[in-house]
Design a protein around this ligand. Structure first.
Ligand code: ATP
Length: 202
């Protein structure tokens, strides 16, 4: 799976549709202060399912929508599309039917986020799992933002381990284990209730 293009529309400072073509190899983004370098990286995290406003440098998830500047009014929605070259067919099953995969996330004021994979509606969890399994998720160490190297050097062992797990592509397994544990707890609670009912009927 190789990211080939990122398109931002109404996302933070990118009010007009803007394409970032991602070539092979390492990509660095340079430019003057405040030109939107970090916003680009945040768009990439966001389309991969990032849901923590803090890591998007905002107070709420709707803060990613263009809020207006100079003569341009605020927008009602933000959309980010990520095109992925899947000619090597490395995408996890369920997303692996074609050579090109496009993931789109759109947030509309007072409505919330919706995701699409090749124009089909999908859940946030499906998109998060897709990228976690491909070890390129929203917390991937492949996305190096300002100050992150210093954070990595001074991180506690537990936090550093999480970064290694993300790089190894096993963070999706933790999520699945967590979900399985919740289901197990729910089933145990249901069984207790069934026991009570049986006792009352006996
Ligand atoms: P630096 O090098 O100083 O870190 P940068 O190139 O990383 O800067 P960003 O932090 O990506 O720049 O962009 C900051 C700009 O984005 C600011 O001008 C800010 O006003 C603008 N911005 C952030 N959120 C929004 C929003 N929701 N609507 C409009 N503009 C926004």
């Amino acid at each position: 799976m190789r990211f080939s293009k990122l398109r931002l529309t109404g996302f933070k400072s990118f009010v007009d549709p803007t394409d970032l073509v991602i070539s092979d190899g390492l990509t660095g983004v340079v430019g003057p202060n405040g030109c939107g370098k970090s916003n680009l990286l945040e768009a990439l995290r966001w389309v991969m399912g990032e849901n923590r406003p803090k890591s998007m440098r905002g107070g709420g998830m709707e803060d990613v929508i263009f809020a207006g500047a100079n003569s341009r009014g605020a927008r009602n929605f933000a959309e980010v599309s990520l095109q992925i070259d899947n000619t090597e067919r490395l995408a996890p099953s369920g997303f692996n039917e074609s050579d090109n995969l496009e993931i789109v996330r759109r947030i509309t004021r007072d409505v919330g986020s919706a995701y699409k994979a090749n124009t089909k509606d999908v859940r946030a969890r499906d998109v998060q799992m897709l990228f976690a399994d491909a070890s390129t998720g929203a917390h991937s160490p492949a996305l190096v933002s300002q100050g992150q190297i210093a954070v990595l050097i001074s991180a506690k062992p537990k936090a550093r381990r999480r970064i290694l797990e993300e790089a190894a592509g096993i963070s999706g397994l933790y999520q699945r284990r967590h979900e399985a544990e919740l289901k197990l707890k729910g089933t145990e609670a249901n069984l207790l209730r069934v026991d009570d009912v049986i006792e009352q009927l006996a």
